[in-house]
Design a protein around this ligand. Structure first.
Ligand SMILES: [Zn+2]
Length: 316
């Protein structure tokens, strides 16, 4: 497993949480925002250690060992979508006394996956939590979480890891070579994405193809030829859309000066305005819907490439 600790030990959200704990100022609920599920899961688990261990996460005491073994009686992790019944059950548990006499901790890794009725159920308790209860929420899509719920939490923002540090960790895990370097370049500080690239050579090659295509595609006459070169079954087209989405995101991050733009990203980003990138993103979502509703994959690719070309020139 990649060394999360080396990547994230000094991450800002964790530092803030540790400071709150050491000053006796822990809030009863924290919302961690970010776009990297793997990194966020690690951070939330670390926060739990900090919260329940008397030494702030020593790794050796009974509480730490119970956590490590997944058997701490006062800590619950939720990694899938919660429905109203799950939340009711969680709330019932909240009302019980702590077994170890410390905090009772509830971690929902992706609160945004929980639907509004279940969020509403949760809201009242987060507004007026019982003594000694701590909620930790991960949120990938902020718009999918009720404003009232977010406003009751102390907000923490995770913005990614340094590219150099990520590359070093990937090399340590996957070995020196083009794959690790490329994965770090395309990841833009996102660990989940870097792992996806590093573990899947085809995915990384596809990204190279997309970058070179977006850089070279000039005229609509070239589109049919480009479409013909691609595999046209649903699975490959879905993967292609995933890759395009990542490349668009990378271009945007580069343009906002958040990354260095490795892997040719800097070069192609020059050809796209912010408005064009926004519209391309919309186009990719539209193509996903078409694919889901059983449009022919080749037609979806046509729509996508013609669309990108059009948007690129219209929004110059
Ligand atoms: Zn400990």
């Amino acid at each position: 497993m990649i060394d999360y600790s080396a990547l994230l030990y000094d991450s800002k959200p964790l530092e803030i949480f540790k400071k709150d704990k050491s000053e006796g100022e822990l809030s009863h609920a924290y919302a961690l925002f970010g776009d990297d599920p793997d990194a966020m899961e690690w951070l939330l688990r670390e926060m739990v250690k900090v919260a329940v261990c008397k030494k702030g996460g020593c790794g050796e005491c009974q509480a730490c060992r119970a956590l490590e073994g997944g058997v701490h009686p006062d800590v619950r992790f939720y990694d899938s979508r919660l429905d109203v019944r799950d939340v009711n059950e969680l709330l019932e548990d909240c009302a019980k006394y702590s077994v170890e006499g410390g905090l009772k901790v509830y971690v929902i890794f992706q609160l945004d996956k929980t639907l509004p009725p279940a969020q509403n159920k949760l809201l009242k308790t987060v507004e007026e939590p019982p003594e000694g209860v701590l909620f930790l929420f991960g949120i990938i899509k902020p718009a999918a979480v009720a404003e009232t719920l977010k406003s009751r939490c102390k907000k923490l923002y995770y913005t990614g890891v340094d590219g150099q540090r990520l590359e070093e960790a990937l090399i340590k895990e996957f070995g020196e070579g083009e794959n690790s370097t490329r994965a770090a370049a395309y990841a833009g500080g996102n660990i989940s994405r870097a792992l996806k690239f590093a573990a899947d050579e085809e995915f990384a090659m596809e990204a190279d193809n997309v970058v070179s295509l977006l850089g070279s595609m000039q005229k609509s006459g070239a589109v049919p030829g480009e479409v013909a070169k691609l595999k046209q079954d649903k699975e490959h087209v879905t993967r292609y859309l995933d890759v395009i989405e990542i490349v668009l995101d990378m271009m945007e991050k580069y343009k906002r000066k958040l990354t260095r733009g490795g892997g040719g990203i800097a070069h192609i980003a020059q050809g796209f305005s912010f408005a064009a990138l926004g519209q391309c993103e919309y186009l990719v979502n539209d193509c996903r819907k078409r694919l889901e509703s059983n449009c022919a994959p080749s037609a979806v690719l046509d729509t996508l490439l013609f669309g990108i070309l059009e948007v690129k020139y219209k929004c110059r």
